[in-house]
Design a protein around this ligand. Structure first.
Ligand code: MG
Length: 375
């Protein structure tokens, strides 16, 4: 056996065929092996324009910066998104700087989600929105490769989606009344509180509708006794639950409110990631999970399971996002108590078509992956 033939047999025995074989010696037998399929990440900045000036307890704005991602593999493209409302500390620059450090070309199997997303998470200790943009695109990609919508892959029933609330931002009474009229489609309205006109906001809404409300104080209340008085008043106004009454670091005060509250108290700002969920038990009745806080669908689904195991309530919320991030999260909503999936409804220039709301209820697309279509 000559040396060229021995090399050929050795390469065949290895199977992987990545060894460079001298094809000139056997031009009709040995083809140069195809290069392995690899994941490729690309991204671009995009600015969301809001329909209304959006005011919460701590800020006011008219735009939200996002970064749109794509992961390509063997001709299939998955879409993802990072949304960065200013109070969370990420920017388009920080997200793109992070994504520049993510090298997906070293992975050949997109189904290794735990390994790939674990490696991405290990790059830094924060950058949760940037990480979510990779997670969302990768889930969209594998769903498309499998030919299955994400709710099937996660094992949830698409008909079990809840109603979504629609957020009414803090504003002047005539604008609030107008916003409520525009929200006719929605059966539950979410009200931003935590300033000195809370009762006026609620009374204004109650002057035009009797729909159930949810309230988000966004850490705005400063005194636990006043907060509890307000919560009792809100219950009488048919408010279903209250989100983050006091500052997230005021653990004892929030726990005291939860202990005495006649309606569920849900945390948002105090619980971002899986590792914090168990600490919320006893301080709040439940948690508000958002993909941009928790690095994406993979971790969000684990948080749902853990919170359920602890006997806690679960809601899924969102930032101002395109229908990409919103619809991705919506695939998990059959597993939660409440959903606040209105982020794409508050913007003028959505980049995708995705989930819809019919009679106030979330309707998931049935196409593979997230099921969104660029517009
Ligand atoms: Mg909130």
């Amino acid at each position: 056996m000559n040396s060229t033939k021995r090399l050929f047999l050795k390469a065949s025995a290895l199977g992987a065929a990545s060894t460079l074989i001298p094809s000139a010696a056997f031009p009709n037998i040995i083809a140069r092996p195809a290069s392995p399929k690899k994941l490729k990440l690309t991204f671009k900045p995009y600015t969301l324009e809001l329909k209304h000036v959006f005011t919460v307890a701590v800020s006011t704005r008219t735009t939200t910066p996002v970064v749109l991602t794509q992961i390509e593999y063997d001709g299939v493209v998955g879409y993802g998104e990072a949304s960065m409302p200013p109070y969370l500390g990420e920017t388009q620059e920080s997200v793109m700087a992070f994504l520049s450090r993510v090298d997906l070309s070293k992975y050949e199997n997109p189904f290794e989600l735990e390994r790939i997303l674990g490696d991405v998470d290990a790059i830094t200790s924060d950058n949760t929105a940037a990480k979510a943009s990779v997670d969302i695109a990768l889930h969209d990609l594998v769903g498309k490769i499998m030919g299955q919508p994400l709710y099937n892959i996660f094992g949830y029933e698409k008909d079990k989606t809840p109603m979504t609330s629609f957020t009414i931002g803090i504003d002047k009474p005539d604008v609030v009344r107008q916003k409520v009229k525009e929200a006719e489609e929605y059966k539950v309205l979410k009200v931003k509180l935590g300033r000195d006109n809370d009762k006026e906001m609620i009374e204004t809404i109650r002057s035009v509708t009797n729909k159930p409300l949810t309230a988000d104080a966004n850490q705005g209340w400063k005194d636990k006794f006043q907060a509890l008085d307000m919560i009792h008043w809100l219950k009488d106004k048919n408010v279903l639950f209250v989100e983050q009454p006091m500052h997230k670091d005021m653990v004892d005060d929030n726990a005291w409110i939860t202990e005495h509250s006649p309606i569920p108290i849900i945390t948002d700002e105090a619980c971002k990631r899986f590792g914090q969920v168990a600490k919320m038990k006893g301080v709040y009745h439940g948690i508000n999970i958002k993909l941009m806080k928790c690095t994406g669908l993979r971790e969000a689904n684990k948080m749902i399971a853990l919170a359920r195991g602890l006997g806690m309530k679960v809601m899924i919320g969102c930032m101002t996002e395109t229908s990409c991030g919103i619809t991705a999260a919506a695939h998990l909503t059959p597993a939660v108590d409440w959903a606040d999936m209105d982020g794409a409804l508050l913007i003028k220039n959505d980049a995708f078509k995705g989930m819809t709301v019919v009679n106030g209820k979330i309707v998931l697309p049935e196409k593979p992956g997230i099921g969104i279509v660029p517009v």
